[in-house]
Write a protein that binds this ligand. Sequence first.
Ligand code: ADP
Length: 340
Amino acid sequence: VRDAGTPDDETELAIEGALRPTSLAEFVGQQKVRGQLQLLLDAARIQQRSPDHILLSGPPGLGKTTLAMIVAHESGRPLRLSSGPAIQHAGDLAALLSSLTPGEVLFIDEIHRMARSAEEMLYLAMEDFRIDIMVGKGAGATSIPLDLSPFTLVGATTRAGLLPNPLRDRFGFTAHLEYYEPEELEQVVSRSAAMLDVGLPGTARSEIARRSRGTPRIANRLLRRVRDYLVVHGPSAGAEDGDADVRTVGAALDLYDVDAIGLDRLDRAVLDAVVRRFRGGPVGLSTLAVAVGEEPETIESVVEPYLVRIGFMGRTPRGRVATPEAYDHLGAPHPDGLLR
Ligand code: ADP
């Protein structure tokens, strides 16, 4: 699954890691979730127990992994990172759970993609810190109970609705992360620019923020592309030496196919398909996915939520529809009868 802006090489991953906030106080935005997590951590500390299991949902790049790291860091516990696709059998999960040290925080990214058999094992583990290991096959099979050290599970998923209810119900705390406001992204950009030593006047910061699709990971990535551009081309005429002004930002982001409101190539391909090919819709998810050559899951969990959020796309029982704003953005004439 393409993850909006997932870093694809090691240097980028290292830089992303270096830019991660390590405390709730440094974590920008998501004020409500931050307050709730703070309370959860404080209560656990006072009672000297592991914090409750936490489920974080929301599109990629909004800070789920970062929050899991913060939970471990702020509660002074070690962190183990895993992911749903890496847990293909109950045995994979048994090995993981039985190797946890007492109080460890276990982060499972894309938890909705874990094998079914492992899911069932996880129910018991979350509730009673115990698992049953099946030995043998058929009539001679027996199950051996195994006690686990207490742990805190932090699960992340692009949409909480993808999880079976019994699993979702076993999280003591669930939070949905929303796309960030431009002012919040500006804070992310300022913080990262200072850490990366990039000179960036306010107008350039807000330009990056505006084009970051509500997503801190994208804001950081665009900032790095702007820095590259500055290194190669130097500052625009009239800009302070070493500064990336708004023209530099514009030129760099145009080069990477990020449009004026932050839509990337896939966002525009999807919009274009709905508007031009399917005459504004409604069009079903799988038809749309085939038309743009992408996985339906990527369209549904990465592309669509943002297009819906900015009012370019609507979801109806019969499929996805484009709004007048989408036509305007693509410069396509409104068809007769388009609902206003
Ligand atoms: P997710 O797990 O939701 O895909 P991550 O936690 O990996 O997202 O975040 C991606 C990047 O965005 C990280 O490098 C982190 O530095 C940055 N980031 C995410 N949320 C915030 C935030 N609230 N404040 C500052 N930086 C953030």
